[in-house]
Design a protein around this ligand. Sequence first.
Ligand SMILES: *Cc1c(COP(=O)(O)O)cnc(C)c1O
Length: 379
Amino acid sequence: MQTQIVEFIRNLYQNEGIIALHEPRFAGNEKAYLNECIDSTFVSSVGKFVDRFETEFARTVGAKYAVATVNGTAALHIALLLGGVARGDEVITQPLTFIATANAISYCGADPVFLDVDRDTMGLSPDALKRFLEEHCTFEGGCCLNRTSGKIIRACVPMHTFGHPCRIDEIQALCNAWNIVLVEDAAESLGSYYKEKHTGTFGRLGAFSFNGNKIITSGGGGVIVTDDETLAKRAKHMTTTAKIPHPWEYAHDEVAYNYRLPNLNAALLCAQLEQLEGFLENKRDLAEAYRRFFAGLSIRFAAEPPHGRSNYWLNAIVLENLEQRDAFLEYTNANGVMTRPIWKLMNHLPMFENCRCGDLSNALFLSERVVNIPSSVRP
Ligand SMILES: *Cc1c(COP(=O)(O)O)cnc(C)c1O
C-alpha cells in the first residue's frame, strides 16, 4: 500500500526526485516587484508595497483593516495584546496547533488553557468550549472567571487547522455570551471560508502568516486584520515602535515592538497575492485527486467540512494508529516523498506541561494518526 501511495504522489507531481511537503511557487511578478523595490531603495519598514499589500489583503479577506507584520507569531502577539490579554490572564486555545499559538499567549504573560478539537475539522470544538465554560467558569463583573484557577479568561484563540474552517460561528456566539475576546489564528487559512465569510474575520482580531511554507509567502511575514479602526491604528502603532509620526524627530510614547513587515518582503507578497486564486484552484484539484485515491484505499482523507470551503493548504490523511503512522513516515521519507506527522500536543511539551487542560481525547487521537502529505501547488 505504501508503495502504491508513493507512486501515486510521484505521478501527481511528475517528479522522480525529492517531493517537498510544501514549496513556494514564484511564477508571477515577484522578480519585477523585488527589482522595483530595490531600485527605489525603500526596502525597509516604509514603502509603497507594504501599504499596497495591506489594502489588497484587507479587500481579499473582506476585513476593513490589515496591518502587516514581520511574521505570523508577531501578528498573534499584537492581536492578543490589543484584545486586552495581560499578565495573569488565561487564554483558551487548542492543544493541536503549531507552537506559535501557545507562544504568543505566553509572550503576553498569560497562561494557555487547552481544550479539545473536533475530529473532522481538527479545530477547536465549540462543544468542548461550552462544556468547559459551564463546568468551570462564572460570569463576574463582566468577565469570565475560571473558578478553579481564580483567573480571568480574557481571550479564545481557535485555529483553522491546515486551512479547514472550524465551527467558528458557534465559538463566536459562546465568546460573545461570556465576554471573551475572540482572536482567530488564521495563519493557515488564507482562502478558506466558513459559510460565505472568510476565516480570520469572525474575531475582534485575526492573524495570518506568510512563512515560507504557507499558501502565499513573503519569506517571513504576517498580518493582523480587524474591522475596528481604533484597534487597527493601535496595531500599526504597536508594530512600529510606537513612533509618533514626525518629519524628523524620534518620539515614542510607549514601549512597543519592531514588528513591521519590510517593504522588500511586501514586494514579494504583493506578487504572491495576485496568484492566490490560481493557487487555490490548483490545490483544490490536487485535494480532489487525493480524496478519490484514498477513498479507494479506505484511508480517511481530511476533506473540507460541509459548512465551509478549505484552501487545502496541507493535505492530511488519518492512519489507523501510531505504529502504522510511524511506518508510513519512515517509508515515504526514505523514498523521497516528504511527509510529516501533525504536531505533538502543546501540553506534552515541557514548557506547557503544567497548563490547564480539558478532556483532550480527540486531539490525542489525531496527534497519533494524522500525517501531512505533499501539497505544493503543481506547475
Ligand atoms: C505558521 C503558523 C503561525 C505563524 O507562524 P510564523 O512562522 O511566525 O509566521 C501561527 N500559527 C499557526 C497555526 C501556524 O501554522
